[in-house]
Design a protein around this ligand. Structure first.
Ligand SMILES: *[C@@H]1O[C@H](CO)[C@@H](O)[C@H](O)[C@H]1NC(C)=O
Ligand SMILES: *[C@@H]1O[C@H](CO)[C@@H](O)[C@H](O)[C@H]1NC(C)=O
Length: 260
């Protein structure tokens, strides 16, 4: 009986959050960063650096959807084909299809297949080489802003963390000043699986952050995220469907500015 009450309460809060979110999403926005607002209509070139095909849909889809809907040019650099189960070629194609759903043109998606960046736990990626690859993309596409994982990398996966370290390394090593980069804030496990309920926590933490160093990005198109994830058919097992529905990263992203 007690469990039923707890379950019912959670379900009610969940539904209320989802409704509030769908009905009032636009009134939550008060971004201080022009790349998120883009009221002036200035198009920026954004580079999203991820580790495996499906990171973009599982974790970053609220951000990608916001950026593309505001007219920005999003490029995706995926550091591996996700070949841990010898499915690399398939997963690469899946990333292209998911990107199309997220409105990122296929020619702006790069999937690396480098011996030094192979998918897997315990595979340490060469951050100095990673930094060089990021730098090449940065210059090639006149990138204005980089977005990537934070130091924990959402799930703690070492490949996610190495991607973060590679981007930081690039920021430190390059002669170019004022590189703007943002990281996806990892939340604790309860928040991570609280679905749309996490919107409240995220809004609070972003509001209390100092002078616009943190932004909370709500997903205007949660169904698009689900559709994008479902393109990753090789990964689309029942537990991932559950993950996508319960994961707060389907509904909200908190971005924090990376300072050198
Ligand atoms: C972004 O939009 C909000 C609300 O529309 C506004 O208060 C804020 O000043 C804008 N920020 C920039 C940088 O344009
Ligand atoms: C990492 O990459 C750098 C730059 O390409 C290279 O000089 C270095 O030898 C590499 N380190 C390892 C451990 O492979």
């Amino acid at each position: 009986m007690e469990w039923f009450m707890i379950f019912a309460s959670v379900a009610v809060i969940w539904l209320a959050s989802l409704c509030k979110f769908i009905l009032h999403a636009s009134s939550f926005y008060s971004y201080h960063s022009s790349f998120l607002n883009n009221t002036a209509g200035s198009k920026r070139n954004i580079l999203l650096v991820i580790a495996h095909p499906d990171d973009e849909s599982m974790f970053f889809s609220p951000t990608i959807s916001l950026l593309t809907s505001r007219g920005h040019n999003v490029h995706i650099l995926c550091m591996s084909t996700g070949n841990a189960d010898n499915m690399g070629d398939v997963r690469k194609e899946e990333l292209y299809r998911a990107s199309a759903i997220l409105k990122v043109p296929i020619q702006q998606v790069t999937v690396m297949d480098h011996p030094d960046f192979q998918d897997g736990f315990g595979k340490i990626w060469n951050t100095s080489l990673l930094s060089k690859i990021v730098e090449k993309k940065y210059n090639e596409h006149a990138i204005d802003i980089i977005i990537t994982f934070d130091n924990y990398g959402v799930s703690g996966h070492c490949n996610h963390r190495d991607v973060h370290h590679g981007v930081r390394r690039f920021m430190l090593d390059t002669a170019q000043q004022d590189i703007e980069a943002w990281e996806l804030v990892s939340t604790n496990i309860i928040r991570k699986y609280s679905g749309p309920i996490d919107i409240w926590f995220s809004l609070r933490s972003a509001q209390s952050s100092l002078n616009g160093q943190m932004h909370c990005v709500l997903n205007e198109y949660p169904r698009r995220s689900y559709a994008a994830m479902s393109q990753h058919l090789s990964q689309w097992a029942w537990f991932r469907k559950l993950f996508v529905s319960f994961s707060s990263y389907t509904y909200v992203n908190t971005l924090r500015k990376i300072n050198k």
